[in-house]
Design a protein around this ligand. Structure first.
Ligand code: 13P
Length: 297
């Protein structure tokens, strides 16, 4: 068995996410499904097939984006992040389509005695193009920003596009600490400074109190935070900013119409093909409505 090495000759910082990141940038809107700890093979296959069928139908209707360029709809990119056990199967089911495959976490080390963990090299080997990191459900279980920064470096080493999650708790928001908490999570979760270079990175703002609760942040709250994150990351070039937290078909378009929202990270609603597809359509509506971020030009 060949053991992966952290420096296995791959380009650091250049993601292999060909479906997502082209010409040094991610353009349009990005809709990512985080399945969390959900999905057995049979249901997962039906879900993926239903999504692919919707994409194929859209192609027949002539509304399809450039599948070869990774757009499921014009200007809209889509990715799904199943649990580890399903990655290889989902990769095969998705093969040749425009939906990218991602994972929900990785270990910082390339290989070794880390029982129960999965390395970034393994994810790349399984066909992943991106990896969610620092989700609040992991931070609440004890994961620190320092650990997340090491994972992010490992993701880059393996040409995975990291989606770094940050978000405040309800108590922190009520105490007026939201922006300070986010700034702290952001700076400490990155293996590089916010002022240099242009590493491929997506940031997802997910207020902890809005995750899985049915409570969505107000448009004003999302706009304020995304504007803040845009300012914070200006030294990195254009960093796509996603919103996550009870996103559904009925609120996705207005959220994605906000100027600094480049897409959404969807939990529960991504487990339903019709609902998730409607969110992709909402992304297209948001693009057409002119509420575009600079990346969508
Ligand atoms: P819900 O969409 O279920 O609120 O979950 C959001 C989330 O945590 C995505 O990572």
């Amino acid at each position: 068995m060949t053991l992966p090495s952290q420096n296995s000759g791959q380009d650091v910082g250049a993601p292999g996410a060909s479906l997502l990141w082209q010409d040094g940038a991610l353009t349009g809107k990005l809709v990512v499904g985080n399945w969390k700890m959900n999905g057995l093979a049979q249901d997962a296959k039906l879900l993926v097939q239903a999504l692919l069928a919707k994409g194929a139908k859209t192609a027949e209707d002539g509304q399809l984006g450039h599948h070869g360029q990774g757009q499921i709809l014009n200007g809209v990119r889509m990715a799904i992040c199943p649990p580890f056990t399903l990655l290889s199967q989902v990769r095969d089911w998705l093969a040749g389509g425009a939906i990218a495959l991602g994972a929900q976490d990785c270990h910082a080390e390339p290989a070794g005695a880390f029982t129960g963990n999965i390395s970034a090299a393994m994810l790349a080997d399984a066909g992943c193009q991106l990896c969610i990191l620092g989700h609040s459900e992991r931070r609440q279980a004890g994961e620190t920003s320092v650990q997340i920064a090491a994972k992010l470096a490992a993701a880059h080493h393996n040409r995975l596009l990291p989606i770094l999650c940050i978000g405040e708790t309800l108590a922190q928001r009520q105490a007026g600490e939201t922006l300070a908490v986010l700034a702290d999570q952001l700076t400490n979760s990155l293996p590089f400074t916010l002022t240099g270079g242009n590493p491929p990175l997506v940031i997802a703002y997910e207020p902890v109190w809005a995750i899985g609760t049915g409570l969505t942040a107000t448009l004003d709250q999302i706009a304020e935070v995304h504007q803040f994150l845009r300012q914070q990351t200006v030294g990195l070039g254009h960093v796509p900013l996603l919103y996550g937290g009870s996103v559904k078909a009925s609120n996705a378009a207005e959220i994605m119409a906000l100027g600094d929202v480049d897409g959404v990270l969807v939990g529960g609603a991504s487990l339903n093909a019709e609902e998730f597809w409607q969110i992709a359509l909402a992304a297209k509506v948001a693009l057409a409505g002119g509420g575009l971020s600079t990346a969508a030009a």
